[in-house]
Design a protein. Structure first.
Length: 216
């Protein structure tokens, strides 16, 4: 009877230990998964912040006023120092989504000239290394959505589908404005019938950069 009672006690204690170990194993697996997702998102945010350092977008507006009454004033607006395929460049693309089309810009209007209707965020994908894998090619995918507010502050939301983890980062915009005005005279001398060909060219240059990332 004593031996049987001892056996029952040992079996009970063993079952309790086994159940506790199984539950702990499940919690550790979930903890590792949550830690992995958090690490991936914070790494993606840090990588994006590094990519944003010293990044800027330059927009130039040029207004030409001709002395001839038959020539109307004209305004030209464009991005400077960029590839022709602006859709492949993140910051100019996002700016283009929020700004009015350049052909509608008014030279004397207050900058920025924004669209009245909301636009969808721009999707990005960032790959970060899986810290639980020894293989260099193993990586985790972090999705991001890039948008702006009316002050042109940059807002990026990072997430991993199905993980429940997300992170929002906001960059403050800094806009610098410079204006130059020049008057050109092609030829008013040396001819029998001099013609006033003076043209005044006013140029505004806007340089937009994003600084001081804050995690929300």
């Amino acid at each position: 009877m004593v031996a049987l009672l001892f056996f029952v006690m040992c079996a009970t204690v063993g079952s309790i230990i086994l159940a506790a170990a199984t539950a702990s194993s499940g919690r550790l697996a979930n903890l590792r998964k949550e830690d992995q997702s958090y690490y991936a998102i914070t790494s993606a945010a840090d990588l994006f912040a590094e990519m944003m350092e010293d990044k800027k977008v330059v927009i130039q507006m040029k207004k030409t006023v001709d002395a001839s009454p038959t020539v109307s004033d004209k305004t030209e607006t464009e991005f400077l120092d960029l590839d022709s395929e602006i859709s492949k460049l993140l910051l100019p693309k996002v700016l283009s989504d929020y700004l009015l089309p350049f052909n509608t810009w008014s030279y004397n209007a207050k900058f920025p000239q924004l669209r009245s209707t909301p636009v969808d965020p721009t999707d990005i994908v960032i790959k970060v290394k899986d810290k639980y894998s020894s293989a260099d090619y193993e990586s985790l995918t972090v999705n991001g959505k890039v948008s702006m507010d009316k002050a042109l502050d940059l807002i990026v939301e990072f997430s991993i589908p199905g993980s429940g983890e997300s992170l929002k980062m906001k960059f403050k915009s800094v806009v610098q404005e410079e204006e130059k005005i020049k008057t050109f005279d092609e030829n008013m001398q040396g001819t029998d019938n001099p013609v006033d060909t003076r043209a005044t060219v006013s140029t505004k240059t806007y340089t937009i950069s994003w600084i001081d990332p804050v995690t929300e």
